[in-house]
Each structure stands twice: as C-alpha cells, then as structure tokens.
Design a protein around this ligand. Structure first.
Ligand code: SAM
Length: 218
C-alpha cells in the first residue's frame, strides 16, 4: 500500500486551509487521522480526494472540507462533551476525539457502528462511545451536550436535539430538502432562546427517524 501521508498533507493544504479553516486543532487532527482507514480497500486511494465516498448501506463518509467546517462551526472546547448523530465511518468522531474530551456518536445502522468501532479501536482512541438507534431523538440519558453535530440532512430542526443542548451549546446540521440543504448553526442562549446562523449549501444523505425523514419518503 502506497504511503498516503503526502496525500493527506495536500488534502489539508488545498481543501481545508485554502478554503479558510483556521482552527489549529482541527488542522492538526486532519493531518493526524488516517482517513483511508475509514473506507474499504477499494476506495483507499481516493480517501484524500475532495468528495464524499461510499461506506456501504447506501451511506457516505463526508467530504473532508465538510468534516472540518462542521468541526469548526461547533466551536469545540477541550472539556466539551459532544454528540454526533450519524456515525457513518467514524471519521468525524475520530477528528472530534482529538478536539474535545468525550464524543457520543449514534447511527441507525448497527453494521456501520461495528465498522466504525473497529477502526476507532485500531487507532486506540478511547474517548468515543458509539450507540445504535434513532439519533433524531438524541441521547437523553447522556444529555445535556456542549455541542451536537448532525451529519445527515433533516427536513427541519429536530426539537429533542435542541432540548439536549447546554446553555451556550451549539448545534450544527444540514436542514432543507431531501438532497439540497443549508448548513445551519443553532446556539442555545437561554433555556428557551436560540441564535441561528447559516453557512453554505450542502448535500447530505437523509436523517431517517422520528424527527427526520420517514423511510418511505423516497
Ligand atoms: N459522520 C459520518 C462519517 O464521518 O463518516 C458520515 C455520516 S453519513 C453522511 C450520515 C449517517 O447518518 C449515515 O451513516 C446514516 O446511517 C446516519 N443516519 C441517518 N439517519 C439517522 C438517524 N435517525 N439516527 C442515527 N443515524 C442516522
């Protein structure tokens, strides 16, 4: 297998830094985490390319820039406890594990969670806890969270997730149509008030669950 260190360095410079990501911890994490281990052998040579890749179960590992951008938008702090909805390959969770103190990550596909857990174990990352279930309900038993990242597209903001934020907490997610959304950030300013800002247009696979799309939505 070719040494992919140079590909990873080029990814960080050309796709991440050049597009304006400045957070030093995120840049370091993206230089450190071997993204190619989070995809199957057949896609490893493309692991540092500027696009998402298939990971099985009709799901994808997000484009590297989107992983960096979402990580920056949640404004990670070293002692944060973060929830990621949509574990997928586990790559975003691995990046977060280097930025915050604890990551809970949930996916509806047990097979993906098993794959993600295996890679996280190989990398000896021990502050990521995976869960299987409908993440549109959040994880009330571990709430409240300092930040929540939803890495699948919701038709509208899932209310339970807003409720599971600490005051001062940040929630970042793609919201909109099934295949075209806008990345949004919601910041909880008091028990019942939120600030809201929008970033770029994105295209994520759907969040399928009680507070997302239904399986039959097409
Ligand atoms: N963050 C992932 C990574 O780093 O590889 C990529 C996530 S992929 C774009 C979206 C994921 O959301 C899929 O793995 C899918 O199974 C998951 N998903 C969709 N609806 C979900 C739900 N209601 N609860 C939990 N996971 C869900």
């Amino acid at each position: 297998m070719k040494d992919l260190t140079l590909d990873r360095e080029k990814m960080v410079r050309n796709q991440i830094e050049r597009r304006g990501i400045k957070h030093l911890g995120i840049l370091a994490a993206m230089r450190q985490v071997p993204r190619h281990l989070f995809v199957s052998m057949e896609y490893q040579s493309q692991a540092y390319a500027d696009h998402p890749l298939p990971i099985g179960y009709n799901q994808t590992i997000s484009q590297p820039y989107i992983v960096a951008l979402m990580s920056e938008l949640i404004q990670p702090q070293a002692d944060d406890c973060v929830l990621e909805v949509g574990s997928g390959s586990g790559y975003q969770a691995a990046i977060l594990s280097l930025l915050v103190s604890k990551v809970h990550s949930i996916d509806r596909h047990p097979g993906l969670v098993n794959q993600a857990q295996a890679v996280i174990d190989t990398l000896k990352i021990n502050n990521v806890l995976f869960h299987v279930g409908d993440g549109s309900l959040g994880l009330p038993e571990f709430a409240p969270f300092d930040a929540i990242l939803i890495t699948a597209a919701a038709p509208k903001l899932p209310r339970p997730l807003l409720d599971q934020l600490k005051i001062g907490g940040r929630l970042v997610l793609p919201v909109g149509e099934r295949w075209h959304q806008t990345l949004e950030r919601w910041t909880k300013t008091s028990e019942d008030t939120f600030e809201h800002d929008q970033d770029i247009p994105v295209s994520f696979v759907p969040l399928v669950g009680k507070f997302g799309w239904s399986d039959s939505d097409g």
